[in-house]
Ligand binder design. Structure first.
Ligand SMILES: [Zn+2]
Length: 331
């Protein structure tokens, strides 16, 4: 196999489904799912995924460059690694998704939507992760990095979203995220249907959804803005030197979710509203019939505002910054 991305976009299985270099053995497991194992045993297991959303191409290109270098035998591998291109049918059409946003369907939520390519893809990915983790030694370090780009511009161009996790986050994982250039980390406080929630909740993996910039079509990405993330990945995969951490990420946690309930939903933000825009207490954020969403804390920051989602789904998250005053201010 010459090129993992082209192979996946072709929709064909490769003629040769397994192979090896001086450093590693690889095995094509299914469309967009590739297992790579170092010849020398290691104690780290990494799931590296991109293309869960088909229009988020920069991370797909970055991941593909790293994987192709490994397939050509140019680089050693420091991780037992499962490489995933999440939604091949959406990647082929250049759309976020075909019928369903698969990053809402993990943890068995695919059973609640109509059977089809995307529901089956989520089941396939869940099984691939399960097989991958079960294959390893029980004392392996488990990390999952799921790479995305955001629909909107952002006050923090690069940030990470962490699933709900009752265990402490491993310091080495947080250090890696900082070195990858993430300026902010957002901590969920409730379960969700994302890929990273699934690997954290079911397999105890340290996982993060990396938002690495703004979504653009294939070939139009200026990959230089991703250099810190690229270097940090090269450090993790190949053992290259880690880039120096430029900024310590700010920590936010989710205060409330804005949910679209019906066709009457109205979000009081513009298409230009940036991620992490701050709103003062009392601001009316959205309304849906008799339901109104207000800023409850002294100050809240919006993340992923998207009034166009289907009824019942998240139309935005409101965040508070850790360490900032979280109680209501006296009137
Ligand atoms: Zn995405």
């Amino acid at each position: 196999m010459q090129d993992f991305l082209q192979q996946t976009l072709s929709g064909e299985a490769p003629r040769k489904r397994r192979g090896e270099t001086a450093h590693l053995r690889w095995q094509w497991l299914y469309h967009g799912i590739l297992l790579m194992e170092p010849v020398v045993p290691v104690k780290q297991a990494l799931v590296l995924s991109a293309g869960i959303h088909g229009n988020e191409t920069a991370p797909v290109e970055i991941m593909n460059q790293l994987v192709n270098a490994l397939l050509r035998g140019e680089k050693p591998l420091q991780q037992r690694m499962l490489v995933i291109l999440g939604n091949p049918s959406a990647l082929r059409t250049g759309k976020r998704y075909v019928r369903y946003d698969i990053n809402r369907l993990f943890g068995g939520r695919w059973q609640q939507v109509d059977d089809g390519d995307e529901a089956r893809r989520v089941l396939r990915l869940e099984q691939a992760l399960e097989n991958f983790w079960l294959l390893g030694e029980c004392d392996e370090t488990r990390w999952h990095l799921d790479m995305h780009t955001a629909i909107r511009g952002s006050y923090h161009p690069q940030f990470g979203v962490m699933p709900q996790n009752d265990r402490p986050w491993p310091p080495a994982f947080l250090d890696w995220l900082a070195a990858a250039g993430l300026e902010a980390l957002v901590f969920h406080r409730a379960p969700g249907g994302t890929f990273t929630h699934f690997s954290c909740e079911h397999f105890g993996a340290a996982s993060c959804t990396l938002e690495l910039g703004k979504a653009l079509p294939f070939g139009e990405n200026d990959l230089s803005q991703f250099s810190a993330a690229q270097q940090a990945l090269a450090a993790l995969l190949f053992g290259d030197p880690m880039p120096a951490t430029r900024v310590k990420p700010r920590h936010y946690r989710v205060a409330q979710q804005i949910t679209r309930l019906s066709e009457h939903f109205r979000l009081h933000m513009t298409p230009e509203t940036l991620n992490f825009t701050a709103f003062p207490q009392g601001t009316l954020l959205a309304e849906d019939g008799d339901t109104r969403y207000y800023v409850q804390q002294a100050r809240e920051y919006v993340l992923f505002p998207n009034p166009g989602v289907a009824a019942g789904l998240r139309a935005g998250l409101m965040l508070i910054e850790e360490g900032e005053q979280t109680q209501a201010l006296p009137l």
